[in-house]
Design a protein around this ligand. Structure first.
Ligand code: FDA
Length: 393
C-alpha cells in the first residue's frame, strides 16, 4: 500500500495539468493511467497538431446543464495562461481561424510540455495501470488497481475523461465512481459527432461522398457557419459536428448552402450572368457542380434558369437556403470527439472542482458535465478545470 497526498486517475489533458499544480504546491502526487502512453487524445487531436485552445474561449462556447459553472475556472486559468506555458516551452503555434490555436509542429509537443511540467513539479506517473474500484473511509481513498495492488491517498481526482473513442481506452470510470459516491450523472451522449442518414436522403447524397462545402447549419436558434462534408453514411465536417452537440433524435436540421447570402438575390445574380444555362449548370457557378445538380434535382427543376417563374425561383431558393434533413442518428462514441453530459455540476464546487458530497474527491475535464464547441474549447476546459483542482488540493 502506497500513501499519497493526491492520486489522479487519468493522465489526459486535465489530469496532467492538475498533477503539475498539485505537486507544485508540495503535495505527493501520483497520476495513473491504464494506457501505455499519456495524453493519447492530445496526440491525435487537431489532425496531429492539437488545437490546444481558443482565443475566444468563454462560457458561451460550452454546453452544460448549468451554463455558469465553467465561468470561475475559465476566468482564473485562461487561454492566455496556457499560451504563456506554451511560449515558455518554445512551442511554435499559429491561429488557424476563429481563434483556434494549433501547434506548427506535432501535437506530441503539448504532451511533452505537460510531462516536463509534471516532472519539474515532482508529480509521479505510472502507466499501464488502471483503477478498478475505490473505497473511502476516515483514512482516505483506497484505490484497487487492476494489477492487484492498492494505493491510499488523502485526495482523489477523477480525470478519466469521457466515453468517446473506446478503442483508445476511454471508459466511464469517473462516472461510475461519482455515482457510487452519490453524485448525479447528467445524461451522456456522443457529441461533436457525424450524422448518419438513411433512405432516399442517403441514397441521393452517397454519390457526393467526399464533397465539402461551406454552409450555415441551424437547429432552432443555434447555428454554425462552417464547412460541411458529405460522407458515405451521412454528414460530417465542422458544421455538422458543432450542431450535433445540440441535436436530439427526430429533430430536423436546416442547411443553408449560401451562408451569408440572400438566396433570392443570389439567384437573381446567377440569372443575370448564367440564365441561359440549365438550373444545375447555372447553380454550379456558385456551388460545387455535383452539389448544384443535387439541389436542382431536389427542387425538381431541369430547364433553363431564365425560364423559371417566380414560384419555381422561390422553390429553388428554399432548396438552396432552407434544406431540411432529419438525421437517422449519429456515428456514436466510435467517432465522437467528446461526450455530452457527465458528472452533474451541482455536486461540485465551481472554484475547486471538489465534490460537495465527499470532501477530498475532485472531478475535472470531460468527465464533468461541461462540453465545449469544436475549436480548442474542450482542451481549454481540461486545462482550466485541472488547474482549479490542482491549486486547491
Ligand atoms: P482524456 O480523455 O484526455 O484523458 C483521460 C485519460 O484517462 C486517458 O488517458 C485514459 O486512458 C484514462 N483512463 C480512462 N479510464 C481509466 C481507468 N479506469 N484507469 C486509469 N486510466 C483511465 N479538443 C480540443 O480542444 N481540441 C482538439 O483539437 C481536439 N481534437 C480531438 C480529436 C479527437 C479525435 C478526439 C477524440 C477528441 C478531441 N478533442 C479535442 C477533445 C479532447 O481530446 C478532450 O476533450 C480532452 O482530451 C479531455 O481531457 P480529459 O483529461 O478530461 O480526458
Amino acid at each position: 500500500m502506497t500513501d499519497l497526498d493526491c492520486l489522479i486517475i487519468g493522465a489526459g489533458a486535465a489530469g496532467m495539468m492538475c498533477a503539475t499544480h498539485a505537486a507544485g504546491r508540495g503535495a505527493r502526487v501520483m497520476v495513473i493511467d491504464h494506457a501505455r502512453a499519456p495524453g493519447e487524445k492530445i496526440r491525435i487531436s487537431g489532425g496531429g497538431r492539437c488545437n490546444f485552445t481558443n482565443l475566444h474561449a468563454g462560457a458561451a462556447n460550452y454546453l452544460s446543464e448549468n451554463p455558469h459553472f465553467v465561468k470561475s475556472a475559465l476566468a482564473r486559468y485562461t487561454q492566455w495562461d496556457f499560451l504563456d506555458m506554451v511560449g515558455r516551452h518554445r512551442i511554435a503555434w499559429h491561429e488557424k481561424s476563429r481563434g483556434q490555436l494549433f501547434c506548427d509542429g506535432k501535437a506530441t509537443q503539448i504532451v511533452d510540455m505537460l510531462l516536463a511540467e509534471m516532472n519539474r513539479s515532482g508529480a509521479r506517473l505510472q502507466l499501464g495501470v488502471g483503477a478498478a474500484g475505490i473505497a473511502h473511509d476516515d483514512a482516505g481513498f483506497h484505490v484497487q488497481l487492476d494489477n492487484g495492488k492498492r494505493l491510499r491517498a488523502a485526495t482523489l481526482v477523477l480525470a478519466t475523461g469521457g466515453k468517446s473513442i473506446p478503442g483508445m481506452g476511454a471508459t466511464d470510470f469517473s462516472l461510475r465512481i461519482a455515482r457510487q459516491f452519490g453524485h448525479r450523472i447528467a445524461d451522456t451522449r456522443p457529441a461533436l459527432v457525424p450524422f448518419t442518414l438513411s433512405g432516399p436522403a442517403l441514397d441521393s447524397l452517397k454519390p457526393l461522398a467526399g464533397l465539402a462545402a461551406p454552409v450555415r447549419t441551424s437547429l432552432g436558434k443555434i447555428s454554425f457557419s462552417e464547412a460541411m462534408l458529405i460522407t458515405h453514411r451521412g454528414l460530417s465536417g465542422p458544421a455538422m459536428l458543432q450542431i450535433s452537440s445540440y441535436w436530439r433524435e427526430g429533430e430536423e436540421i436546416v442547411i443553408d448552402l449560401l451562408p451569408g447570402q440572400n438566396a433570392g438575390q443570389a439567384l437573381e445574380e446567377i440569372r443575370a450572368s448564367a440564365g441561359r444555362k440549365n438550373v444545375a449548370n447555372a447553380l454550379a457557378t456558385r456551388l460545387p457542380a455535383r452539389l448544384a445538380a443535387h439541389v436542382a434535382a431536389r427542387a425538381g427543376l431541369t430547364g433553363q434558369l431564365a425560364a423559371l417563374d417566380a414560384c419555381d425561383l422561390a422553390l429553388l431558393a428554399a432548396a438552396l437556403s432552407d434544406w431540411r434533413l432529419t438525421p437517422t442518428g449519429t456515428e456514436g462514441y466510435r467517432t465522437a470527439e467528446v461526450m455530452l453530459g457527465g458528472i452533474a455540476t451541482e455536486g461540485l464546487d465551481a472554484r475547486t472542482m471538489e465534490s460537495r458530497l465527499v470532501p477530498g474527491l475532485y472531478a475535472i475535464g470531460e468527465a464533468v458535465d461541461v462540453t465545449g464547441w469544436l475549436g480548442g474549447y474542450n482542451f481549454q476546459w481540461a486545462w482550466s478545470s485541472g488547474w482549479a483542482a490542482g491549486t486547491a488540493i
